[in-house]
Design a protein around this ligand. Structure first.
Ligand code: FES
Length: 164
């Protein structure tokens, strides 16, 4: 657990309790989750109630108490995508990654989740992989797509570890 990163974030926000959410956002981005130790550290440094931080950490979908993968995969489950085969696409990701929606792969590379309408229904079924959007996705293409992205994410992970 790299608490130095958490301490730096607290320092950046001058231990100001008014910026508790910003601190949580930065920790989430840096560690890809909010570990118990980080919440305790923020609570202590800012004088904020630990239970309030837990409330924030569990209220907002952007936060996670469990480590998330480097690349989130969001399968749109909105009506237009559902009608055009989103469930088959979700099943294909689930099978390839061997995780259920809401779970993260063991190697911490991918987190699979279902989301509501992404606002581009004409491209249904739609999936986002990190910052990139895949439209009109056919379940038969999922394996190949994942292979390509896995190489990219592994490369990014290696660079990130080298920087740590
Ligand atoms: S329902 Fe999937 S993008 Fe709108």
């Amino acid at each position: 657990m790299d608490l130095k990163k958490v301490d730096d974030i607290i320092k950046r926000w001058k231990s100001n309790p008014s910026f508790a959410i910003e601190m949580l956002q930065d920790v989430q981005e840096s560690l890809r989750h909010l570990p118990k130790e980080a919440l305790q550290r923020i609570a202590q440094a800012t004088g904020t109630d630990l239970s309030r931080l837990y409330h924030l950490a569990t209220f907002y979908k952007a936060f996670s108490l469990k480590p998330r993968g480097r690349m989130p995969i969001q399968v749109c489950t909105g009506t237009a995508c559902h009608v055009r085969g989103a469930q088959r696409v979700m099943d294909a990701f689930s099978r390839e990654l061997q995780v259920e929606p809401g779970e993260t792969t063991e190697d911490l590379l991918f987190t699979l989740e279902g989301v509501r309408c992404l606002g581009c229904c004409s491209l249904a079924p739609v999936v986002t992989m990190g910052k990139s959007l895949q439209g009109s996705l056919d379940s038969s293409k999922v394996g190949r797509l994942l292979k390509r992205y896995k190489k990219q994410v592994e490369k990014e992970a290696k660079h990130a570890w080298a920087d740590d």
